[in-house]
Design a protein around this ligand. Structure first.
Ligand code: PEP
Ligand code: MG
Length: 599
């Protein structure tokens, strides 16, 4: 189920004396077994050549022709994206599209050709390199990742200008390894049935990772040293959950992973959208986090009980006016509501700021503590918040929609959203739009203040959802995207767990449903801790669901409560992890979720 490709297995034991293991960050789960293909972008050489006055127009025409061809190619990629990922996902190509039409970029290129008599290739390369450098040194992680996309576009334009080979080719049925890849690369490679991918750079939040998850491709990012460790055609195992690549695996390793892969596939086949019952008869609801419309099919494939978190930022990525329009949003939310059936779809209001780009120019010293989430929305009520709430009210007439408010800190912010929901529902009534005013409004618990005031928020909100990714960042004062402090970021820190417990208890006391939608919900060792703390609804990226369901179904909540109590008393996150692992070893079958840790 991981891909539609035919997996190519191989015999272990040939070649080097022993297997080599390279670790990175697992960004899309699943196991791929196959041979490696190193993908390198051939960058055309650009030398400075003088263009004679009478040839300047030809050079300008050459540039326009290259831009047209790049646009046509992007169109083809977009249509594959639409087919494989759904209509809204094409926003991931926004950076490239925008640049192809940006006069601020192309104006200086044309001017250099016209006035300096530079060749189109030289002018383009110089101007784009300047832009890229600025982006690469930006403090904004989102922007830095866009630099890779711009670099790719530059390479392709240069190839078109030099009329060179343009199509990226890979060996069919292979696992791709590259320094970096773009989302467009992945979409292109899908046509060659790639089995999985590894990049030396990048992380969990990059577009490549999001697209890999959406395409069900196991992927590992940030595998430093992989390019030195692997050669073309090397047999490898790629473990996308643990973030591990095993090169020239031993026969016993291969055997374990083959079994693991078979087990994983059989779990997917059994996936049903029903609550999972623990061994002591507690019911746990498992929902899906979706970033794109495409993942809507995955609700069925992986048996999700509706959508627990739909991130809507991708809709706004292109920054083009039309993407903000109510009608377009309504169509997307309506599809999500329909696909979620009676389980319903929790759709988050735009969570801009922080590491997520705003669709308008804005810079801040300290964006994570600055203009983020609901703070932006309330300041831009008319052009952002009201159209989104109207679209959600209208979509609610076609299913069960729940609205989630990102990054609130003050109760007032929730009250204000409710007031606007009421006002817009009344207006929709007078405008004769079908809508459903019964729209539950929930709060994403991401800021410690909200967890500390959980009883008040639980009284005021229709539901609470624990956003453990940001909650961890703010409780531990560790930037979630900063590699330098990554080892200090762990949602299993007892201080974070204490707040999770507080929120769960406040929800129970007020009879307000509580769910958890951060990445920790897909962490198998964390699951018994969360269940022991009383979490009963978890939302994770769909490919994690089969394993999560399996682990939840094998858990005894009463036993897990003992582990949770110990975790709350533990001195630090490392200690909690250690205890959680030991607990899992003791309480689950040895092969429940992975080949042994010693691999
Ligand atoms: C979270 O913070 O836990 C969350 C679910 O939101 P995001 O990862 O989109 O910030
Ligand atoms: Mg968040």
């Amino acid at each position: 189920m991981s891909t539609s490709a035919t997996e190519v297995d191989f015999d272990a034991g040939d070649g080097r004396p022993d297997e080599t293991v390279v670790d990175g960050i697992g960004v899309a789960p699943g196991i791929a077994i196959g041979t490696m293909h190193r993908y390198q972008v051939a960058r055309p050489e650009v030398t400075r050549t003088h263009v004679e006055a009478e040839a300047v127009d030809d050079e300008l025409a050459l540039l326009d022709d290259a831009l047209d061809r790049a646009e046509q190619e992007l169109d083809r990629v977009r249509s594959v994206a639409r087919e494989r990922l759904g209509a809204d996902e094409t926003a991931i190509l926004a950076a490239q599209e925008m640049m192809l039409r940006d006069d601020e970029v192309l104006g200086p290129v044309r001017q250099r050709i016209r006035d300096e008599h530079e060749s189109a290739a030289h002018a383009l390369s110089n101007v784009l390199r300047g832009h890229r450098r600025r982006i690469e040194t930006s403090d904004d992680e989102y922007l830095r990742e866009r630099a890779t996309e711009l670099e790719e576009l530059e390479t392709r334009l240069l190839q078109f200008l030099q009329r060179g080979k343009t199509a990226a080719t890979i060996q069919p049925n292979s696992i791709i390894v590259a320094d970096r890849l773009t989302a467009a690369d992945l979409i292109r490679f899908q046509r060659h049935d790639m089995l999985g991918c590894v990049t030396a750079r990048g992380g969990e939040t990059s577009h490549v990772s999001i697209v890999a998850r959406a395409l069900n491709l196991p992927a590992v990012a940030g595998a430093e040293g992989i390019l030195d460790a692997v050669e073309d055609h090397d047999p490898v195992i790629l473990d996308g959950r643990r973030g591990r690549i095993i090169i020239q695996p031993r026969a016993d390793t291969l055997e374990q992973y083959r079994e693991q892969r078979t087990r994983h596939r059989s779990l997917i086949e059994k996936a049903e959208a029903a609550p999972v019952t623990t061994t002591d008869d507690c019911q746990v609801t498992l929902r899906a986090n979706v970033d794109f419309g495409e993942t809507l099919d995955a609700l069925d494939t992986y048996g999700a009980e509706g959508i627990g978190l739909m991130r809507t930022e991708v809709l706004f990525l292109s920054g083009r006016e039309e993407s903000l329009r109510e009608q377009r949003q309504y169509e997307v939310y309506r599809k999500a509501a329909e696909a979620s059936g009676t389980h319903g779809a929790t759709i988050r209001l735009l969570d801009l700021g922080g590491d997520k780009m705003l669709p308008f120019p804005h810079e801040e010293e300290n964006p994570f503590l600055g203009w983020r989430g609901i703070r932006v929305l309330l300041d831009r009520e008319d052009d952002l918040l009201r159209p989104q709430l109207r679209a959600l009210l209208r979509a609610n007439a076609h299913g069960t929609v729940r609205v989630l408010v990102p990054m609130p800190t003050h109760l007032d912010e929730l009250h204000r959203v409710r007031t606007i929901v009421t006002e817009e529902a009344e207006r929709l009534g007078t405008e004769d739009y079908s809508h459903d005013a019964d729209l539950p409004v929930g709060v994403l618990v991401e800021v410690p203040a909200v967890a500390l005031q959980a009883p008040q928020f639980a009284e005021a909100a229709d539901f609470l959802s624990i956003g453990s990714n940001d909650l961890t960042q703010y409780v531990l004062a560790v930037d979630r995207g900063n590699d330098r402090v990554a080892d200090r970021y762990d949602a299993l820190h007892p201080a974070v767990l204490g707040l999770v417990k507080r929120v769960v208890e406040a929800g129970r006391a007020a009879d307000t449903p509580v769910s958890l939608c951060g990445e920790v919900g897909g962490d198998v060792h964390a699951l018994p801790v969360l269940l022991g703390l009383g979490v009963e609804t978890i939302s994770v990226s769909p490919p994690y669901l089969p394993t999560v369901k399996h682990v939840v179904g094998a858990t005894n909540v009463a036993d897990a409560q003992t582990l949770a109590a110990e975790a709350l008393d533990a001195p630090d996150a490392g200690n909690v992890r250690h205890r959680a692992r030991a607990w899992c070893d003791e309480h689950y079958e040895a092969d429940l979720f992975a080949p042994s840790e010693e691999l």
